[in-house]
Ligand binder design. Structure first.
Ligand SMILES: *Cc1c(COP(=O)(O)O)cnc(C)c1O
Length: 428
């Protein structure tokens, strides 16, 4: 495959955009090489500027669950654009998508739309702090909740895991309010709660983690969190930016039968346009301005084009009773095929999967948290990534990202992918 135009475009982009990209993971830093510039996409495929075609397992990092350029979404956006693209006034379509989301997701009464997953999580935490009148939050190492200051924290050293900033620009004072627990380790949460009695406003979690590869919660882990939160008047925040409308109509709350107090959305809910949202029961949401005193707002929040795309997306998902089963079946098929191909060439690996999320870790032993995810052989991952790319399969360019399958993938595409895995595995 030739990447001449991508290389030239990247050089030009680097002159005007830091690192040539508007979001770091696109830069291929984790895998080396030159990022590929997308030109168009349709169904299961992305086409780059050099005319190469890839079977796409990123699905724009999640949103494209129905495949690229899905017609009802595209048509809804075109139709809406003709009426003007933003007014700064309320519109009917905002209520339509809000009503549908509230019907689809268990245990929420009201939903507020924002412009990104980052904004959703940041606002959810502010709301939790305002509601409980407490400052601290617990998050889990390896979970990603966007790039707002409170979340750019890593586990500190020492016995008591106070967070410390993991980006310059995040202050120590912000970091001290973010406590770090270990995913799938309920004792780590108990320890933090005991050491900070009556100071913790919320626990925020990716209820199925997707930002350290795919890591499902252990049996009962979410239920145990719920019980702890109830016992200590702590709000449980599910960050379903990745899992919402992807793993089930009602997300992980429905899938695992555990209620959260605040739920964050992004990705699928915008149908590929910039949308995030957070939702909760009335009792909590009424603390939000203009009803309550917790401030949150946005010039382009609930933008009509974004709402049109999101509504077309959610309507399709709501109507299609078989969607999640189809996606899970395809993912299982891919899992089995990849495992067979890797085993044939004796490549040690662990595959984690939940619904249409899947990740291959080049390690032995189960991958259940950030520490075990980080044990993966990154050199091998890089080789695998570039090998698959050369075979026309676009995987996430980082070992810490989940693949996202979309409904446009055919079994022929999956077979071609498995064949590519087999070929690449023979070279590892
Ligand atoms: C992508 C993601 C975010 C951030 O969303 P952006 O739209 O990139 O700001 C937050 N939480 C999770 C779980 C995500 O996967």
């Amino acid at each position: 495959m030739l990447y001449q135009r991508s290389s030239a475009l990247f050089k030009e982009a680097e002159k005007y955009i830091p690192g040539g990209v508007n979001s770091p993971v696109r830069a291929f830093k984790a895998v080396g090489g030159t990022p590929i510039f997308a030109k168009s996409a349709k169904g299961a495929y992305v086409f780059d500027e050099d005319g190469n075609r890839y079977i796409d397992y990123i699905s724009s990092w999640g949103p494209m669950i129905l495949g690229h350029a899905f017609e009802p979404v595209v048509n809804a956006v075109i139709a809406k654009a003709k009426d003007g693209t933003s007014y700064g006034m309320p519109t009917e379509i905002e209520t339509k998508i809000a009503k549908l989301a509230v019907e689809m997701v268990p245990n929420i009464d009201k939903i507020r739309f924002v412009n990104s997953g980052t904004e959703a999580c940041m606002s959810a935490v502010r709301l939790a702090r305002g509601f409980t009148d407490r400052d601290k939050i617990i998050k889990f190492a390896g979970c990603y909740h966007g790039h707002s200051d409170s979340f750019l924290i890593e586990a500190g050293s020492g016995a008591v895991t106070f967070g410390s900033p993991n980006s310059p620009g995040v202050t120590q004072n912000t970091a001290k309010d973010t406590l770090m627990a270990i995913y799938n380790d309920i004792d780590s949460v108990k320890t933090l709660i005991e050491a900070n009695a009556n100071e913790i406003s919320c626990i925020i979690i990716e209820p199925v983690a997707g930002n350290m590869g795919c890591i499902p919660p252990k049996k009962n882990f979410l239920k145990q969190l719920r019980t702890l939160c109830d016992a200590h008047n702590i709000l449980l925040v599910f960050d379903e930016v990745m899992t919402g409308f992807r793993l089930a109509k009602g997300g992980v709350q429905e899938l695992y039968g555990v209620n959260a107090d605040i739920v964050c959305f992004g990705k699928v809910i915008g149908g590929g346009l910039p949308v995030g949202a957070f939702a909760a029961r009335d009792e909590i949401m009424q603390h939000l301005a203009p009803l309550g005193s917790v401030y949150q707002g946005g010039t382009l929040s609930g933008n009509p084009l974004a709402m049109a795309a999101g509504l077309a997306m959610l309507e399709t998902i709501a109507e299609d009773q078989e969607l999640f089963k189809r996606l899970a079946d395809k993912t299982e098929y891919l899992h089995k095929g990849c495992a067979k191909a890797l085993n044939k060439h004796k490549i040690p690996h662990v595959i984690n999967r939940e619904g249409s999320m899947i990740s291959i870790h080049f390690t032995i032993g189960e991958v259940v948290d950030f520490k075990t995810a980080a044990l993966g052989n990154n050199e091998r991952f890089k080789q695998f990534f570039h090998g698959m790319l050369a075979e026309g399969v676009y995987l996430p360019p980082s070992a810490f990202e989940s693949y996202f399958l979309n409904d446009a993938l055919s079994y022929e595409d999956l077979d071609a992918t498995i064949k590519a895995v087999e070929k690449v595995a023979s070279t590892l």
